[in-house]
Design a protein around this ligand. Structure first.
Ligand code: MLT
Length: 404
Protein backbone atom coordinates (compact mmCIF):
# COMPACT_ATOMS: atom_id res chain seq x y z
CA UNK A 1 0.00 0.00 0.00
CA UNK A 2 1.40 3.34 -0.91
CA UNK A 3 1.96 5.96 1.75
CA UNK A 4 1.81 9.72 1.41
CA UNK A 5 4.44 12.21 2.50
CA UNK A 6 2.82 12.82 5.85
CA UNK A 7 4.72 16.07 6.29
CA UNK A 8 2.02 17.48 4.02
CA UNK A 9 -0.56 16.56 6.64
CA UNK A 10 1.17 18.89 9.08
CA UNK A 11 0.54 21.94 6.89
CA UNK A 12 -1.83 24.41 8.48
CA UNK A 13 -4.90 25.08 6.33
CA UNK A 14 -4.41 25.97 2.69
CA UNK A 15 -1.87 28.30 1.12
CA UNK A 16 -2.60 31.84 2.34
CA UNK A 17 -3.43 33.34 -1.04
CA UNK A 18 -5.56 30.35 -2.09
CA UNK A 19 -7.50 30.71 1.13
CA UNK A 20 -8.11 34.41 0.49
CA UNK A 21 -9.10 33.75 -3.12
CA UNK A 22 -11.70 31.21 -1.92
CA UNK A 23 -13.13 33.65 0.62
CA UNK A 24 -13.35 36.43 -1.94
CA UNK A 25 -14.96 34.11 -4.51
CA UNK A 26 -17.60 33.07 -1.96
CA UNK A 27 -18.32 36.71 -1.08
CA UNK A 28 -18.52 37.65 -4.74
CA UNK A 29 -20.90 34.77 -5.52
CA UNK A 30 -23.17 35.81 -2.65
CA UNK A 31 -22.96 39.53 -3.62
CA UNK A 32 -22.78 39.66 -7.41
CA UNK A 33 -23.66 43.38 -7.47
CA UNK A 34 -20.61 44.42 -5.40
CA UNK A 35 -17.62 45.95 -7.13
CA UNK A 36 -14.71 44.31 -5.34
CA UNK A 37 -11.29 45.98 -5.42
CA UNK A 38 -8.43 43.53 -4.99
CA UNK A 39 -5.37 44.83 -3.19
CA UNK A 40 -4.53 41.45 -1.67
CA UNK A 41 -2.06 39.26 -3.55
CA UNK A 42 0.89 41.18 -5.01
CA UNK A 43 -0.17 40.63 -8.59
CA UNK A 44 0.57 43.34 -11.16
CA UNK A 45 -2.15 45.00 -13.23
CA UNK A 46 -0.23 46.99 -15.86
CA UNK A 47 0.39 45.31 -19.24
CA UNK A 48 3.85 44.17 -20.24
CA UNK A 49 5.93 47.10 -21.50
CA UNK A 50 6.07 47.66 -25.30
CA UNK A 51 9.75 46.62 -25.48
CA UNK A 52 8.86 43.29 -23.89
CA UNK A 53 5.88 42.72 -26.18
CA UNK A 54 8.05 43.49 -29.21
CA UNK A 55 10.64 41.02 -28.07
CA UNK A 56 7.99 38.34 -27.40
CA UNK A 57 6.61 38.78 -30.92
CA UNK A 58 10.08 38.54 -32.41
CA UNK A 59 10.84 35.37 -30.47
CA UNK A 60 7.51 33.80 -31.45
CA UNK A 61 8.34 34.47 -35.10
CA UNK A 62 11.71 32.78 -34.61
CA UNK A 63 9.89 29.72 -33.31
CA UNK A 64 7.81 29.65 -36.52
CA UNK A 65 10.87 29.22 -38.74
CA UNK A 66 12.89 26.00 -38.87
CA UNK A 67 16.11 28.03 -39.23
CA UNK A 68 15.60 29.84 -35.92
CA UNK A 69 13.35 27.41 -34.04
CA UNK A 70 14.60 26.40 -30.56
CA UNK A 71 13.77 23.25 -28.66
CA UNK A 72 14.84 22.55 -25.08
CA UNK A 73 16.45 25.58 -23.51
CA UNK A 74 19.79 25.10 -21.75
CA UNK A 75 18.68 23.97 -18.31
CA UNK A 76 20.60 26.71 -16.51
CA UNK A 77 19.43 29.47 -18.85
CA UNK A 78 20.45 30.95 -22.21
CA UNK A 79 23.84 32.60 -22.24
CA UNK A 80 22.40 35.84 -23.66
CA UNK A 81 20.14 36.30 -20.63
CA UNK A 82 22.66 35.22 -18.01
CA UNK A 83 25.24 37.64 -19.40
CA UNK A 84 22.71 40.49 -19.59
CA UNK A 85 21.68 39.90 -15.98
CA UNK A 86 25.30 39.73 -14.85
CA UNK A 87 26.16 43.00 -16.51
CA UNK A 88 23.11 44.98 -15.46
CA UNK A 89 22.18 43.63 -12.05
CA UNK A 90 25.65 42.89 -10.73
CA UNK A 91 28.64 44.32 -12.62
CA UNK A 92 26.90 47.72 -12.92
CA UNK A 93 26.75 47.81 -9.10
CA UNK A 94 30.35 46.68 -8.74
CA UNK A 95 29.34 43.17 -7.62
CA UNK A 96 31.49 40.24 -8.54
CA UNK A 97 29.03 37.73 -10.01
CA UNK A 98 29.76 35.63 -13.09
CA UNK A 99 27.18 34.69 -15.72
CA UNK A 100 27.54 31.00 -14.89
CA UNK A 101 26.60 31.70 -11.26
CA UNK A 102 23.14 32.79 -12.46
CA UNK A 103 20.50 30.06 -12.79
CA UNK A 104 17.50 31.15 -14.84
CA UNK A 105 14.15 29.74 -13.74
CA UNK A 106 10.42 30.25 -14.06
CA UNK A 107 10.21 32.47 -11.00
CA UNK A 108 11.35 33.23 -7.49
CA UNK A 109 8.43 31.47 -5.83
CA UNK A 110 9.51 28.09 -7.22
CA UNK A 111 13.16 28.76 -6.47
CA UNK A 112 12.43 29.90 -2.92
CA UNK A 113 10.44 26.72 -2.36
CA UNK A 114 12.87 24.37 -4.10
CA UNK A 115 16.17 25.66 -2.77
CA UNK A 116 15.75 23.92 0.60
CA UNK A 117 16.07 20.55 -1.19
CA UNK A 118 19.84 20.86 -1.40
CA UNK A 119 20.17 21.11 2.40
CA UNK A 120 20.05 18.34 5.00
CA UNK A 121 16.80 17.77 6.86
CA UNK A 122 18.38 18.51 10.23
CA UNK A 123 19.36 22.05 9.26
CA UNK A 124 17.62 24.62 11.40
CA UNK A 125 15.96 27.46 9.55
CA UNK A 126 15.46 31.00 10.81
CA UNK A 127 12.71 33.15 9.34
CA UNK A 128 11.43 36.64 9.88
CA UNK A 129 8.05 36.79 11.55
CA UNK A 130 5.91 37.81 9.65
CA UNK A 131 7.24 36.02 6.58
CA UNK A 132 6.36 35.06 2.99
CA UNK A 133 4.63 31.71 3.70
CA UNK A 134 6.45 29.75 0.99
CA UNK A 135 9.70 29.62 2.97
CA UNK A 136 8.10 27.93 5.98
CA UNK A 137 5.54 25.77 4.17
CA UNK A 138 8.14 24.20 1.86
CA UNK A 139 10.29 23.34 4.86
CA UNK A 140 7.21 21.79 6.50
CA UNK A 141 6.70 19.68 3.37
CA UNK A 142 10.31 18.54 3.61
CA UNK A 143 9.94 17.59 7.29
CA UNK A 144 12.36 20.15 8.64
CA UNK A 145 10.14 22.18 10.98
CA UNK A 146 9.17 19.85 13.86
CA UNK A 147 5.83 20.08 15.58
CA UNK A 148 3.27 22.85 15.20
CA UNK A 149 2.06 24.51 18.37
CA UNK A 150 -1.43 25.84 17.69
CA UNK A 151 -1.45 28.21 20.65
CA UNK A 152 1.66 30.14 19.56
CA UNK A 153 1.20 29.28 15.86
CA UNK A 154 4.85 28.36 15.62
CA UNK A 155 6.88 25.29 14.63
CA UNK A 156 9.14 23.75 17.25
CA UNK A 157 12.20 23.55 14.97
CA UNK A 158 11.97 26.97 13.36
CA UNK A 159 13.75 30.01 14.73
CA UNK A 160 11.42 33.00 14.47
CA UNK A 161 12.87 36.48 14.26
CA UNK A 162 10.07 38.89 15.18
CA UNK A 163 9.78 42.00 13.02
CA UNK A 164 7.65 44.42 14.93
CA UNK A 165 7.04 48.16 15.23
CA UNK A 166 9.59 48.14 18.09
CA UNK A 167 12.45 47.08 15.81
CA UNK A 168 11.16 48.93 12.73
CA UNK A 169 10.20 45.58 11.22
CA UNK A 170 13.87 44.60 10.85
CA UNK A 171 14.92 41.30 12.47
CA UNK A 172 17.59 41.09 15.14
CA UNK A 173 20.29 38.42 15.08
CA UNK A 174 18.74 35.27 16.57
CA UNK A 175 19.80 34.01 20.01
CA UNK A 176 19.88 30.41 18.81
CA UNK A 177 22.27 29.77 15.91
CA UNK A 178 20.51 28.82 12.66
CA UNK A 179 21.94 26.92 9.69
CA UNK A 180 19.78 28.58 7.05
CA UNK A 181 18.56 32.16 7.32
CA UNK A 182 15.78 33.43 5.07
CA UNK A 183 15.83 37.19 4.54
CA UNK A 184 13.68 39.21 2.16
CA UNK A 185 14.42 42.90 1.59
CA UNK A 186 12.61 45.09 0.67
CA UNK A 187 10.37 42.94 2.77
CA UNK A 188 7.27 41.05 1.91
CA UNK A 189 4.93 41.56 3.76
CA UNK A 190 5.95 44.57 5.87
CA UNK A 191 7.52 46.67 3.11
CA UNK A 192 10.48 47.43 5.41
CA UNK A 193 13.99 47.86 4.01
CA UNK A 194 17.41 47.65 5.65
CA UNK A 195 20.57 49.59 4.88
CA UNK A 196 23.71 48.13 3.41
CA UNK A 197 25.43 48.37 6.82
CA UNK A 198 22.57 46.49 8.44
CA UNK A 199 22.71 43.77 5.80
CA UNK A 200 26.49 43.59 6.24
CA UNK A 201 25.88 42.61 9.88
CA UNK A 202 23.91 39.58 8.65
CA UNK A 203 26.59 38.62 6.14
CA UNK A 204 29.31 38.85 8.80
CA UNK A 205 27.16 36.85 11.20
CA UNK A 206 26.43 34.11 8.64
CA UNK A 207 30.11 33.79 7.77
CA UNK A 208 31.01 33.65 11.47
CA UNK A 209 28.51 30.93 12.44
CA UNK A 210 28.67 28.99 9.16
CA UNK A 211 25.10 29.70 8.11
CA UNK A 212 23.77 30.32 4.62
CA UNK A 213 21.51 33.29 3.87
CA UNK A 214 18.78 32.78 1.32
CA UNK A 215 18.21 36.35 0.26
CA UNK A 216 14.99 37.15 -1.56
CA UNK A 217 15.47 40.42 -3.46
CA UNK A 218 12.29 40.17 -5.55
CA UNK A 219 11.32 43.76 -4.71
CA UNK A 220 14.67 45.49 -5.22
CA UNK A 221 13.37 47.56 -8.15
CA UNK A 222 11.10 49.45 -5.73
CA UNK A 223 13.97 50.87 -3.69
CA UNK A 224 13.82 54.66 -3.77
CA UNK A 225 16.23 55.55 -0.96
CA UNK A 226 20.00 55.72 -1.11
CA UNK A 227 22.05 53.22 0.84
CA UNK A 228 19.50 50.42 0.59
CA UNK A 229 21.25 47.49 -1.12
CA UNK A 230 19.74 46.12 -4.32
CA UNK A 231 21.56 42.84 -3.91
CA UNK A 232 23.23 41.06 -1.01
CA UNK A 233 26.35 40.85 -3.17
CA UNK A 234 26.96 44.53 -2.46
CA UNK A 235 28.11 43.30 0.98
CA UNK A 236 31.68 42.14 1.64
CA UNK A 237 31.90 38.40 2.12
CA UNK A 238 28.48 37.54 0.68
CA UNK A 239 30.06 35.19 -1.85
CA UNK A 240 30.82 32.69 0.90
CA UNK A 241 27.44 32.76 2.63
CA UNK A 242 24.62 33.94 0.36
CA UNK A 243 22.21 32.71 -2.27
CA UNK A 244 20.10 35.38 -3.94
CA UNK A 245 16.62 34.93 -5.42
CA UNK A 246 15.39 37.37 -8.04
CA UNK A 247 12.18 37.76 -9.98
CA UNK A 248 10.93 39.43 -13.14
CA UNK A 249 7.38 39.41 -11.75
CA UNK A 250 7.37 42.58 -9.73
CA UNK A 251 9.90 44.71 -11.60
CA UNK A 252 8.68 43.91 -15.11
CA UNK A 253 5.17 42.50 -14.74
CA UNK A 254 6.01 38.83 -15.43
CA UNK A 255 3.61 37.36 -12.84
CA UNK A 256 1.78 35.57 -15.64
CA UNK A 257 4.77 35.22 -17.94
CA UNK A 258 7.06 33.58 -15.35
CA UNK A 259 10.78 34.29 -15.16
CA UNK A 260 13.27 34.55 -12.33
CA UNK A 261 16.77 33.56 -11.37
CA UNK A 262 18.89 32.39 -8.49
CA UNK A 263 22.50 33.38 -7.91
CA UNK A 264 24.84 30.92 -6.21
CA UNK A 265 28.51 31.95 -6.02
CA UNK A 266 31.03 29.18 -6.57
CA UNK A 267 32.76 29.94 -3.25
CA UNK A 268 29.64 28.99 -1.29
CA UNK A 269 30.49 25.60 0.15
CA UNK A 270 29.57 23.16 2.92
CA UNK A 271 33.00 21.67 3.61
CA UNK A 272 34.23 20.70 0.15
CA UNK A 273 30.79 20.56 -1.40
CA UNK A 274 29.79 23.43 -3.65
CA UNK A 275 26.13 24.49 -3.41
CA UNK A 276 26.48 25.80 -6.96
CA UNK A 277 27.20 22.25 -8.15
CA UNK A 278 24.27 20.81 -6.18
CA UNK A 279 21.81 23.36 -7.53
CA UNK A 280 23.13 22.84 -11.07
CA UNK A 281 22.56 19.10 -10.60
CA UNK A 282 19.07 19.67 -9.27
CA UNK A 283 18.18 22.13 -12.03
CA UNK A 284 19.55 19.81 -14.71
CA UNK A 285 17.62 16.84 -13.38
CA UNK A 286 14.28 18.42 -12.56
CA UNK A 287 13.97 21.38 -14.88
CA UNK A 288 14.07 21.89 -18.63
CA UNK A 289 14.71 25.61 -18.64
CA UNK A 290 12.48 28.66 -18.95
CA UNK A 291 10.99 28.98 -22.46
CA UNK A 292 13.13 30.69 -25.11
CA UNK A 293 10.51 33.33 -25.88
CA UNK A 294 10.25 34.25 -22.21
CA UNK A 295 14.02 34.49 -21.79
CA UNK A 296 14.16 36.79 -24.84
CA UNK A 297 11.44 38.87 -23.19
CA UNK A 298 13.55 38.95 -20.02
CA UNK A 299 16.54 40.19 -22.01
CA UNK A 300 14.47 43.09 -23.37
CA UNK A 301 13.79 44.30 -19.82
CA UNK A 302 17.44 45.46 -19.84
CA UNK A 303 17.32 47.14 -23.26
CA UNK A 304 17.53 50.97 -23.23
CA UNK A 305 13.82 51.35 -24.07
CA UNK A 306 12.89 48.48 -21.74
CA UNK A 307 14.65 50.19 -18.83
CA UNK A 308 12.79 53.46 -19.43
CA UNK A 309 9.41 51.74 -19.72
CA UNK A 310 9.98 49.58 -16.65
CA UNK A 311 10.96 52.63 -14.64
CA UNK A 312 7.69 54.31 -15.60
CA UNK A 313 5.74 51.25 -14.55
CA UNK A 314 7.43 51.11 -11.18
CA UNK A 315 6.77 54.83 -10.70
CA UNK A 316 3.10 54.15 -11.47
CA UNK A 317 2.89 51.56 -8.70
CA UNK A 318 4.85 53.72 -6.30
CA UNK A 319 2.36 56.54 -6.89
CA UNK A 320 -0.28 54.06 -5.73
CA UNK A 321 1.85 53.29 -2.68
CA UNK A 322 2.00 57.00 -1.85
CA UNK A 323 -1.76 57.33 -2.33
CA UNK A 324 -2.37 54.46 0.09
CA UNK A 325 0.16 55.71 2.65
CA UNK A 326 -1.10 59.30 2.64
CA UNK A 327 -4.78 58.38 2.47
CA UNK A 328 -4.60 55.93 5.34
CA UNK A 329 -2.40 58.19 7.49
CA UNK A 330 -4.87 61.04 7.05
CA UNK A 331 -7.65 58.69 8.13
CA UNK A 332 -5.73 57.95 11.35
CA UNK A 333 -4.20 54.58 10.44
CA UNK A 334 -0.68 53.67 11.49
CA UNK A 335 1.12 52.70 8.30
CA UNK A 336 4.62 51.69 7.26
CA UNK A 337 6.41 50.24 4.22
CA UNK A 338 5.44 51.76 0.87
CA UNK A 339 8.66 53.79 0.41
CA UNK A 340 11.08 51.16 -0.89
CA UNK A 341 8.39 48.59 -1.52
CA UNK A 342 4.99 48.13 -3.17
CA UNK A 343 3.54 46.84 0.14
CA UNK A 344 1.88 48.94 2.82
CA UNK A 345 1.68 47.45 6.28
CA UNK A 346 -1.01 48.91 8.50
CA UNK A 347 -2.13 48.40 12.03
CA UNK A 348 -5.72 47.21 12.21
CA UNK A 349 -8.05 49.69 13.90
CA UNK A 350 -9.91 49.12 17.18
CA UNK A 351 -7.78 46.12 18.14
CA UNK A 352 -9.40 44.00 15.43
CA UNK A 353 -7.59 40.80 14.59
CA UNK A 354 -6.14 40.64 11.09
CA UNK A 355 -8.88 38.30 9.86
CA UNK A 356 -11.62 40.38 11.52
CA UNK A 357 -10.34 43.39 9.63
CA UNK A 358 -10.15 41.34 6.43
CA UNK A 359 -13.85 40.41 6.75
CA UNK A 360 -14.84 43.92 7.80
CA UNK A 361 -13.05 45.51 4.84
CA UNK A 362 -14.42 42.97 2.38
CA UNK A 363 -17.98 43.27 3.62
CA UNK A 364 -18.21 47.01 4.21
CA UNK A 365 -15.77 48.53 1.68
CA UNK A 366 -15.57 45.58 -0.73
CA UNK A 367 -11.78 45.90 -0.62
CA UNK A 368 -9.52 42.85 -0.41
CA UNK A 369 -6.23 42.96 1.46
CA UNK A 370 -4.06 40.35 3.15
CA UNK A 371 -4.36 39.60 6.89
CA UNK A 372 -1.01 40.08 8.62
CA UNK A 373 -1.47 36.97 10.77
CA UNK A 374 -1.41 34.88 7.58
CA UNK A 375 2.32 35.66 7.42
CA UNK A 376 3.07 34.58 10.99
CA UNK A 377 2.15 35.29 14.61
CA UNK A 378 3.87 38.69 14.76
CA UNK A 379 1.66 39.77 11.86
CA UNK A 380 -1.44 39.55 14.07
CA UNK A 381 -3.13 42.94 14.35
CA UNK A 382 -1.64 44.02 11.00
CA UNK A 383 -2.87 44.07 7.44
CA UNK A 384 -1.12 44.32 4.07
CA UNK A 385 -2.28 46.33 1.07
CA UNK A 386 -0.53 46.15 -2.27
CA UNK A 387 0.25 49.04 -4.60
CA UNK A 388 -0.07 46.76 -7.64
CA UNK A 389 -3.69 47.73 -8.39
CA UNK A 390 -4.66 50.26 -11.02
CA UNK A 391 -4.40 53.89 -9.94
CA UNK A 392 -8.17 54.36 -10.27
CA UNK A 393 -8.93 51.33 -8.11
CA UNK A 394 -6.33 52.36 -5.56
CA UNK A 395 -7.86 55.82 -5.20
CA UNK A 396 -11.36 54.33 -4.99
CA UNK A 397 -10.30 51.76 -2.39
CA UNK A 398 -8.72 54.39 -0.17
CA UNK A 399 -11.81 56.63 -0.46
CA UNK A 400 -13.97 53.70 0.62
CA UNK A 401 -11.71 52.94 3.58
CA UNK A 402 -11.65 56.60 4.62
CA UNK A 403 -15.45 56.68 4.54
CA UNK A 404 -15.90 53.66 6.81
C1 MLT B 1 2.46 38.17 -2.43
O1 MLT B 1 1.36 38.70 -2.59
O2 MLT B 1 2.98 38.03 -1.32
C2 MLT B 1 3.17 37.68 -3.63
O3 MLT B 1 2.53 38.10 -4.78
C3 MLT B 1 3.19 36.25 -3.66
C4 MLT B 1 4.17 35.74 -4.66
O4 MLT B 1 4.91 36.50 -5.27
O5 MLT B 1 4.19 34.53 -4.80
Amino acid sequence: MFKVNDNYLKLQGSYLFSNIAKKVAAFSAANPDKDIIRLGIGDVTQPLAPAIIKSLHGAVDEMADAATFRGYAPDLGYEFLRTTIMENDYKALGCDIAADEIFVSDGAKCDSGNIQEIFAIDNKIAVCDPVYPVYVDTNVMAGRTGVFDASSETWSDVIYMPCTAENNFAPELPKETPDIIYLCFPNNPTGAAITKDELQVWVDYANKVGAVIIYDAAYEAYITEENIPHTIFECEGARTCAIELRSFSKNAGFTGTRLGFTVIPKELKAGDVSLHALWARRHGTKYNGAPYIIQRAGESVYSPEGKVQIKEQIAYYMKNAKTIMEGLSSAGYTVSGGVNSPYIWLKTPDKMTSWEFFDYLLETANVVGTPGSGFGPSGEGYFRLTAFGTYENTVAAIERIKNL
